[in-house]
Design a binder for this molecule. Structure first.
Ligand code: UT7
Length: 307
């Protein structure tokens, strides 16, 4: 599998730390120091599907795909769908005028969702009955935030990111996914949903798991860290990323951060980073990108993909 197109989109309303400090007991200084976040985007009247659709359009444009007949599947990774059914993927497929004979599903792997989605896409492409699949990570988290809860409200944002994947003989893909079942550390109920998080427990899980996952996938793929062009991490906390890079002995120049402008956008965060990197000309054909996701579940996933 190869990634051939990248795109992203976000909620319309920019909300700074100062805006939040006017409505709850927090400060810009605390949020920056503890997380690296400066501002985030909240959706106003736009839906999860609106953002997913925009991101998918941008990824298709980047891949220079105009004929929708080429697309055989769409996977949307999200824990904040607009409805129980039809899925966000169904709605985006309709708006994109994708052909009738496609696979169109939502996947809920929380903040690891995008890695789970790419893993499923690669398995489908490997059958050679699918040629191109769009994988989107899209979240409208502002709708499930408890009102005025500084423990969670300062952390999250609304955005979507998408990639176009194609089966390819000169591509490369490896992923490892996992779950340490725990419904307490980070959860959001189905009805009357409100995010609840035991921040320190999730933090400890992440700072230990991320370096372990990177070492594991490098060993299995037999790549040396120096052969990886970019390390792209779920943007949950700048401190988790810095600590992981330090433990791995990899310079910070080999990762890309946009948590400062987006906050934590769960399943969207990795493809949102990829979309920003593409816009800046940082992603080029042949590069190898290692991505790591972790979050509610407690789920985790790591993948190496060649562009
Ligand atoms: O995407 C899914 C994965 N999620 C994550 O990876 C999140 C992992 N966890 C974290 O990133 C961190 O735990 C947080 C950033 C959420 C919190 O940082 P922390 O260092 O664990 O802080 P804390 O929860 O222990 O809180 C420290 C203090 C407390 O005050 P006291 O008890 O020491 O007086 C909190 O009440 O900071 C207080 N506090 C705040 N103060 C100002 C908590 N939230 C805020 C806030 N503004 N927004």
């Amino acid at each position: 599998m190869k990634f051939i197109g990248f795109g992203n989109a976000h909620g319309r309303k920019q909300v700074t730390n100062y805006d939040l400090s006017n409505i709850m007991d927090t400060t810009d200084e605390w949020i920056r120091k503890k997380t690296g976040i400066e501002s985030r985007w909240f959706a106003e009247d736009e839906t999860n599907a609106d953002m997913a659709y925009s991101a998918a359009c941008n990824a298709l444009e980047d891949a220079d795909i105009k004929d929708m007949e080429e697309i055989d599947g769409i996977i949307v990774c999200t824990f904040t769908p607009d409805r129980a059914t039809p899925s966000v993927a169904n709605e985006v497929a309709g708006r994109l005028n994708l052909k009738e004979e496609i696979l169109s599903i939502d996947i809920n792997g929380a903040c690891s969702g995008f890695i789970y989605g790419c893993t499923v896409a690669e398995a489908l492409l490997r059958t050679e009955r699918y040629n191109k699949i769009i994988v989107v990570g899209s979240e409208r988290i502002s709708q499930v935030m408890p009102l005025y809860d500084r423990n969670t409200d300062v952390l999250f944002g609304d955005a979507a990111g998408a990639v176009v994947c194609t089966g390819s003989n000169d591509g490369y893909f490896i992923s490892k996914n996992g779950l340490i079942a725990n419904s307490e550390a980070l959860s959001c109920e189905r009805f009357d949903p409100q995010i609840k998080m035991q921040g320190q427990e999730v933090y400890r899980f992440a700072v230990n798991k991320v370096p372990e996952l990177v070492r594991g996938v490098l060993k299995e793929s037999r790549f040396d860290g120096s052969e990886i062009d970019w390390f792209v991490f779920h943007q949950a906390n700048e401190r988790i990323i810095k600590s992981s890079m330090e433990k791995l002995g990899i310079p910070m120049e080999k990762t890309f951060l946009n948590i400062q402008n987006f906050g934590n956008t769960s399943a969207a965060s990795i493809p949102v980073v990829l979309g920003d990197m593409r816009k800046k000309g940082l992603l080029k054909e042949g590069m190898k990108v290692l991505s790591v996701g972790f979050g509610a579940g407690l789920t985790y996933g790591v993948m190496i993909c060649k562009l």
